[in-house]
Design a protein around this ligand. Structure first.
Ligand SMILES: [Zn+2]
Length: 880
């Protein structure tokens, strides 16, 4: 029933909706064999519409059967409407009317997990971006905002809990052992924020008193087996609610806020008004089953979805080209929150790593698009790192340029001015301009131009005049459909260090202040900054705190990087200097003869890190992470994955051997006693122990093996247990590997979230994750094709993290991925399209890889009835 040829949708085609919906009255009859949806829409023509005679057109998708259409209480005959499957057209409607539709759905058969579906015996929904049209015909676009009233009916014994958005206003019994609950949401919202849940769930209750003194009922709904895994999410929710009041002046609005955990879910979580639905892996945690990283991820996702209540729900997007309006801003808000509740430097390192490794790759690949795209075929493909992470960096830069006070004034103005509206990224920027008086005209190019700006930086020191000159040139590379780009407005954080490690005052001409850190504003293609009164050749600390999402080219010497590692007052740049040094050393070994030694200065620098307990251990733990293979590939020209990986392993092996005794000492020193704590220090200690183990086992060290076995057996938390497991799995101790994998599964086979980790540790390991093993994991009793988490844990981890095996020179890894994508395309095209990503940048790789990657893409392209989702990614990758 869907139109077969995928069509491109353009921002320039945007027109206001022809009709508005003031009220939606929904009634869901949920049965085992299917569900009936009664929908009554109170509608009127939109006075803003450019076409006052337009026919009424509603969106639909895979609705099993349209049972009935009534207009103002009169049933329409078949000739009075046109049911086109993906559209319902009624040519003749009055200015105002009530339209009632009755549709029949089969949620049990819905494997795409869009619209209404069943997961582990419960009904749930996912409507963003275009899932509501899978429930009933509707003007399914975010600029149509309506008040919803929803009555849910189901069997009382099987589905005691019936939820939807808003406040619970009525409930009662129905004949035949059934019951109903009616929910009313007083706030107008787009259909993508609609949600419904019905199931046999336990309720965990808490409460929160808002800044104006209102008591909010907080509830989590989970399956009974998960009732001990709710505390962390609930505590995170309360912290996030308080933080949003203090930092943004935003108070929660409904009387009740609910979180539901669902096992089968395409995304991480969804911010439906008052009823957030979470992927179980992004909300459930206890210290024995979740790692530190999972705890931190859960805290940030709970906060993110909660923050959407204002940045997304109260003020929403006019159209899907504006997706970053809600996502970029909300990711920025959750990253500020995580920085406040944890370590700000560590959070910045994590964000920058994600940007530089994955978003820069997206920005230079065939799917490159601006933060506000101009066109798309399938909007589900645009839930990207560019929209989310780069969008967040863009908001961060606005804050850097305005300063915290004016930024807060701007966000207040934005929320007040647009409350209850569907708006654009331009409206957001205008509010920032109006509140601050600053002109962000050129800054808007960050929303319009795709591609990562490149800064080429050169400097010179004039000892006679005591002047230090920094010349910065910028260029923005061409991307598909965009060439000859204009310079962007870039905030550039900088400091200068003297030979004693002290910061040098940054006096630009005519300025005699003593500031030692500045944010320079780059607007032209080239700038030269002259710093006066500099008495010696300084070492520059550039792009402090990753002040803009750009690439920096500066000819650092290894001596300078070692100096910055030890002296830069900016923690982020200390880490960055360490990364750059390691990258330089590894890269120089890629094509070098086998006997070329690893630079001893790198080994010494790492020895200092491993041995110095006075340093911030959380930062040290991050500094010890060698740059990933993925990042090294990103930095190289035509990437030879096997050669890059060998060079990296070589450095790792050398570090492990040389620092062996220091690693054992570091391990012992960072051992913790007492109860599990989630402070930055404790997290840093555990991370250091796990890194020490991983390195020792990299060198097949016998004492390391014993320490890992002991840690595995005695751990009282998942961070330690899985850290030991991962180290053993990646070691050459084959017998231990098989033994601990077996024991771990035996211990945790009833816990799906832990089993996901078990899958992922194997699939991402070059030692344990050879292709036949990956295939056997797909046959494992715990693997389920219907469950996106399992698919990601095996296929996603293999293609995204196990790069040596995925990029096997015979092309078997690529063929395997193509095969799985074709298999998934029919059942869950959203997930299938996401898995294509590792193949899309085939042009980036050396000739030995390129041909087979392209061939794998062609195999997918030629599949019969390819979904629009996969079609778009594959065709764009092969184009040009
Ligand atoms: Zn979001």
């Amino acid at each position: 029933m869907r139109t077969s040829q995928p069509r491109t949708i353009y921002l320039s085609e945007y027109r206001p909706p022809a009709f508005l919906v003031d009220h939606v009255d929904l009634r869901f009859e949920l049965f085992e064999e299917g569900s009936r949806v009664h929908s009554t829409l109170t509608m009127r023509r939109n006075p803003e519409s450019t076409d006052s005679q337009a026919a009424l057109e509603l969106d639909g998708d895979r609705l099993t059967f349209l049972e009935r259409v009534d207009l103002d209480g009169r049933q329409l005959t078949g000739s009075e409407f046109e049911d086109q499957g993906d559209r319902l057209v009624i040519a003749d409607v009055p200015e105002q009317f009530q339209l009632t539709l009755v549709t029949w759905l089969e949620p049990q058969k819905n494997t795409r997990l869009e619209g209404l579906y069943k997961s582990s015996g419960m009904f749930c929904t996912q409507c963003e971006a275009e899932g509501f049209r899978c429930i009933t015909y509707f003007p399914d676009r975010p600029d149509v905002m309506a008040r919803f009233r929803t009555r849910v009916e189901a069997d009382r014994a099987a589905y005691p809990v019936l939820l939807s958005n808003g406040n619970d206003v009525d409930r009662g019994e129905i004949e035949g052992g059934r019951h109903f609950v009616t929910w009313e949401d007083p706030f107008p919202k787009p259909s993508y924020l609609f949600a419904l849940v019905a199931g046999d769930l336990v309720e965990k209750k808490d409460s929160f008193t808002t800044m104006s003194g209102r008591d909010i009922d907080l509830r989590m709904y989970v399956e009974p087996r998960n009732s001990n895994k709710c505390d962390h999410a609930m505590a995170s929710l309360k912290r996030a609610m308080r933080w949003d009041e203090e930092m943004y002046g935003r108070e929660y609005d409904l009387d009740i806020f609910m979180i539901v955990a669902v096992d089968d879910f395409n995304m991480g979580a969804m911010e439906n008004k008052g009823l957030n639905i979470f992927n179980s892996s992004c909300v459930l945690a206890s210290s024995d089953t979740a790692t530190d990283a999972a705890f931190e991820r859960i805290e940030s996702i709970v906060a993110h979805e909660y923050f959407h209540n204002w940045s997304g729900n109260r003020v929403t997007c006019r159209d899907w080209f504006q997706l970053s309006l809600k996502e970029g801003f909300t990711v920025f808000r959750d990253s500020q929150y995580s920085a406040d509740v944890g370590s700000a430097t560590v959070k910045r390192i994590e964000d920058a790593t994600l940007m530089r490794t994955a978003q820069f790759a997206e920005d230079s690949g065939p799917m490159a698009h601006p933060v506000r795209p101009d066109s798309y075929m399938e909007i589900s493909n645009f839930y990207t790192l560019t929209i989310y992470e780069k969008g967040s960096e863009v908001v961060r830069m606005i804050r850097t340029l305005l300063g915290p006070d004016l930024f807060r004034k701007g966000s207040d103005l934005y929320f007040d001015r647009h409350d209850g509206q569907a708006v654009t990224t331009d409206d957001f920027v205008r509010a920032m301009e109006d509140a601050s008086g600053r002109d962000l005209g050129q800054f808007r190019r960050w929303y319009e131009q795709a591609g990562t700006p490149q800064l080429t930086i050169r400097d010179e020191y004039d000892a006679g005049d005591q002047v230090y000159r920094l010349t910065i040139r910028q260029s923005v590379p061409d991307t598909p459909g965009q060439t000859n780009k204009k310079p962007q407005h870039i905030p550039f954080g900088v400091g200068l260090l003297g030979s004693d490690g002290r910061s040098i005052p940054l006096r630009l001409s005519g300025d005699d202040s003593n500031v030692t850190e500045r944010v320079l504003e780059l607007t032209g293609e080239s700038h030269t900054f002259e710093f006066q009164g500099v008495t010696e050749q300084p070492v520059p600390s550039l792009l402090r705190g990753f002040s803009a999402p750009v690439k920096v080219d500066y000819p650092w010497s290894r001596e300078q990087l070692l100096f910055l590692m030890n002296h830069d007052p900016d923690g982020f740049n200390r880490w960055d200097a360490c990364q750059r040094l390691a990258i330089d050393v590894i890269t120089s070994l890629v094509d070098a003869p086998a006997e070329t030694p690893v630079d001893p200065r790198l080994l010494t620098a790492y020895r200092i890190l491993v041995s110095d307990p006075e340093q911030d251990q959380a930062l040290v733990a991050k500094m010890l992470h060698l740059p990933s293979e993925a990042y090294l590939i990103e930095l190289s020209g035509e990437a030879d994955v096997q050669a890059i990986s060998r060079a990296r392993e070589r450095v790792l092996g050398e570090l492990a051997l040389t620092l062996r005794d220091d690693l054992v000492a570091c391990y012992n020193r960072n051992q913790q006693s007492g109860p599990y704590e989630l402070t930055p220090d404790a997290i840093g200690n555990r991370a250091l122990c796990n890194t020490a183990l991983a390195w020792l086992l990299q060198a097949n060290d016998e004492e390391g093996r014993l320490l890992a076995r002991k840690q595995f057996a005695e751990a009282d938390n998942m961070t330690e247990q899985s850290g030991a497991l991962r180290a053993l799995v990646n070691s050459g101790f084959e017998q231990d590997r098989e033994q601990v994998l077996g024991e771990f599964y035996q211990q945790w086979h009833e816990d799906p979230q832990v089993v996901e980790q078990w899958f992922s540790i194997q699939a991402s390991s070059p030692k344990a994750g050879e292709l036949p093993k990956i295939r056997s994991l797909l046959e494992h009793e715990a693997f389920q094709w219907k469950n996106p988490n399992k698919v990601r844990a095996v296929i996603g981890a293999f293609a995204g993290q196990n790069l040596v095996r995925f990029h096997a020179e015979d092309g078997s890894g690529y063929r395997f991925l193509a095969e799985q994508i074709c298999r998934l395309d029919d059942s869950n095209p959203q997930i299938a399209a996401r898995l294509v990503s590792p193949l899309t940048r085939w042009r980036k790789f050396a000739p030995a890889y390129r041909g087979s990657m392209k061939a794998a893409l062609e195999t997918i392209r030629d599949k019969k009835d390819l979904s629009r989702d996969v079609h778009e990614v594959v065709h764009k990758s092969l184009a040009g």
